[in-house]
Design a protein. Structure first.
Length: 111
């Protein structure tokens, strides 16, 4: 009697189990396909970002060249170049000092 009940349950739920197995396989395939699409979109996004950065860098070079040409015409190129050099050196020194102090604080708090 017990085996007959199991057999009838199996027959009753066999189509449902088959549908569940097929649905699971389709879901796995769908997840894999969505991951492929996501990876493709990420590659496209990185490509767009790289292009934007390249355009921005090129525009900076053009702006710097035009500024330098204007300063040469005005006769202030050397003076302004020196001012920029001093300003950048000061900025780098301050940045290095901040980075060293942050690193020291991190080392102290991590121990």
């Amino acid at each position: 009697m017990f085996s007959r009940t199991n057999a009838s349950l199996f027959i009753k739920y066999a189509p449902l189990l088959g549908l569940l197995a097929v649905s699971s396989a389709h879901a796995d395939n769908l997840v894999e396909r969505l991951n492929q699409v996501d990876n493709s979109l990420q590659k496209a996004h990185h490509s767009v970002q790289n292009t934007k950065n390249s355009i921005h860098n090129s525009q900076n070079k053009i702006d710097n060249t035009q500024r330098s040409m204007q300063e040469m015409k005005e006769g202030t190129y050397v003076e302004k170049r020196t001012e920029r050099g001093v300003k950048n050196t000061k900025r780098k020194a301050v940045d290095n000092l901040i980075n060293r102090s942050n690193r020291a604080i991190r080392d102290i708090t991590n121990t």
